[in-house]
Design a protein around this ligand. Structure first.
Ligand SMILES: Nc1nc2c(ncn2[C@@H]2O[C@H](COP(=O)(O)OP(=O)(O)OP(=O)(O)O)[C@@H](O)[C@H]2O)c(=O)[nH]1
Ligand SMILES: [Mg+2]
Length: 579
């Protein structure tokens, strides 16, 4: 058996609100919704504005769609130094979808107008083309100098309608959950928009979808810190402390209503759909229970992440985990590293394959290690994605070549704005994950942007590639690859591993195996350490004896295959897996 030491070492677990705030601050990206309630005086009237800042990253599209449901209108903020990005199109489409029901207003705003790189005039033209709005509807702001912010708030008041009630009556409540977090002391804290009625401290409530009953331990608003109030009513966003300490109860898109006077759930609730999978095993089998506990804790503050017990021959018992995308995977594994004291083995991320076996069975495969041998497979199906790319037109030629290399089907191309274009394509998710983002960025000198949606399942011509070290498969390195790229991928992986693996006491082989045979092989020579060197003189038979002993020792090591694969080798292999 191979000994694997892909280790994630951590500080001791902290008793704190388990959320991603630290990570957000460090990385400078928005992960959680950031609601704010503010009062604003305008024309002698007092207005209350409930605002939600949403994440921009594609992994959190569903959460963003719920936040868009929770509001009367949206501010489409476009960086005037960059222009419209592909992700802007996706978010805009979601904002418009919500609009079909209640004609939601979208206010286009160009930001960073203080910057010398700002191209207000050109970007305004892009926005007109994108939204079909008038030039004078587009507002200008700077987050740095504050210019235009007063005007923006006043335009929000003018253009966005005030909240309307759909159900009337006393002692009713209908609130939409658009995010939540977890505190060790207070349990799940849900972020809600109240649509009908009101919620007060002490109310007896229920989650419409998960069916869990609870009492509101505290309610309040984000002003912008959590500020307790007696109640939050129709039109307001705020939080409810539920005291719930069980995982899997709270989820984004669920509805909170009165236990005794329940109103129907809001439509559009969706179970989170994991896109990327990776298996997590404790390095020390004794830590299994602790890992289970840690995953349960994480699930309490993030329902989009899923996990299920799994057992693999050589890795022992662990969990197969599902993530919304690569960023989500990074966040969760990073949190496991920081917030829990665990040493873990994490396998190469993979997508879902559906395999129709020769025996007629149909199986979903989440882990490459369990991908069946070619001989047992009738057909493999894999998810495709619809991709939108925005790029300056001079890069289109090179991007086309890149798309071809990634098995993409090219759809519409459209010119938009000043010398920029959109390309719509379909490609296997597998190919998108094969480092497509980085390659697109470098092909377009950093100007190209991309956004995608999961589409239909299609037939796939793929096979499992195993990497063997000293004749043993290293499960964490197994991957599913396109059959026609199998040799190339095997060669790359084996070569890479040869460069990364520290020399052992004995000579060993590093091999790539796919399609039922070894397709790539390297030999890593052993360290020549002569144990007799330190013996000057002495009798020769003692030296011989020692050499014999050393030989035996090496043989034993080889038999047991005790190859120490250090953590950074796993991490580096994982990254290269996409190259
Ligand atoms: N010069 C200038 N820089 C700005 C302005 N607004 C934001 N920035 C900078 O631009 C960077 C990104 O700003 P964020 O507000 O984090 O962008 P975001 O759109 O919320 O990003 P995500 O949360 O990842 O979607 C930061 O370094 C900001 O300091 C502005 O008006 N002027
Ligand atoms: Mg942000």
């Amino acid at each position: 058996m191979l000994e694997i030491t892909h280790t994630i070492e951590t500080r001791k677990m902290r008793d704190q609100v388990l959320d991603s705030m630290d990570l957000e601050r460090e990385r400078g990206i928005t992960i959680k919704m950031q609601p704010v309630r503010m009062e604003y005086r305008f024309n002698g009237e007092k207005y209350i504005l409930n605002l939600i800042d949403t994440p921009g990253h594609i992994d959190f599209s569903y959460e963003v769609s719920r936040a868009l449901k929770a509001v009367e209108g949206s501010i489409l903020l476009i960086d005037s130094t960059q222009g419209v990005q592909a992700q802007t199109l996706t978010t805009l489409a979601m904002a418009r979808e919500g609009g079909q029901e209640n004609h939601k207003q979208i206010i286009p705003v160009l930001s960073k107008i203080d910057s010398p790189l700002s191209r207000v005039h050109e970007i305004k033209e892009e926005v007109v083309k994108l939204l079909g709005c008038n030039l004078n509807e587009i507002l200008l702001v700077s987050g740095r100098t504050g210019e235009g912010v007063e005007n923006l708030l006043q335009e929000v008041i003018k253009r966005i309608p005030e909240p309307k009630e759909t159900h009337h009556g006393d002692n009713i409540l209908r609130a939409l959950v658009f995010d939540f977090k977890y505190s060790n002391h207070r349990g799940v804290i849900v972020f809600v928009r109240v649509f009908d009625g009101k919620v007060s401290k002490g109310d007896s409530l229920i989650f419409a979808v998960s069916g869990e009953k609870f009492t509101a331990l505290e309610v309040g608003t984000f002003s912008p810190e959590e500020t307790p109030t007696d109640s939050i009513s129709r039109g307001e966003t705020g939080y409810i402390v539920t005291g719930i300490k069980k995982p899997g109860i709270a989820s984004v898109g669920d509805t909170i209503t009165m236990f005794r006077n329940a109103l129907p759930a809001f439509p559009g609730y969706m179970q989170p759909m994991p896109v990327v999978w990776a298996s997590v095993f404790p390095e020390d089998a004794d830590d299994f229970a602790e890992l289970k506990l840690a995953l349960g804790k994480l699930k309490l503050s993030d329902s989009a992440f899923s996990y299920e017990e799994e057992s693999s021959g050589s890795l022992g018992r662990g969990f197969r985990c599902g993530f919304l995308g690569m960023l989500h995977l990074e966040i969760i594994t990073e949190r496991l590293r920081r917030e829990f004291n665990l040493r873990l083995v994490i396998t190469t991320p993979s997508i879902t394959y559906e395999v129709l076996l020769r025996n007629g069975k149909r199986e979903k495969i989440y882990s490459p290690y369990f991908f069946p041998d070619d001989g047992n497979i009738e057909t493999v199906f894999e998810p495709w994605v619809q991709v939108k790319i925005i790029t300056p037109v001079q890069y289109v030629g090179n991007i086309m070549q890149l798309l071809f290399d990634h098995e993409a089907e090219i759809g519409d191309t459209e010119n938009f704005g000043d010398n920029r274009g959109t390309i719509s394509v379909k490609m296997p998710l597998r190919e998108l994950m094969r480092n497509f983002f980085d390659e697109l960025k470098s092909t377009s000198s950093g100007y190209g942007s991309i956004s995608y949606e999961i589409g239909e399942m299609r037939e796939a011509n793929v096979t499992r590639l195993d990497i063997l070290v000293a004749d043993e498969i290293v499960p964490a390195f197994s991957r599913v690859v396109s059959k026609k790229r199998a040799e190339e991928e095997a060669e790359k992986a084996v070569e890479k591993l040869e460069g990364l693996l520290p020399r052992q006491m004995f000579t060993l082989k590093i091999q790539g195996k796919a399609l039922g045979r070894i397709i790539s092989s390297r030999t890593l020579s052993g360290m020549k350490k002569d144990v007799t060197q330190h013996m000057y003189g002495g009798d020769i038979t003692r030296k011989m004896k020692l050499r014999e002993k050393q030989k035996k020792g090496k043989k034993k090591m080889k038999e047991r295959g005790r190859v120490n694969i250090p953590q950074d080798v796993f991490l580096k292999m994982m990254r290269s897996g996409e190259k």
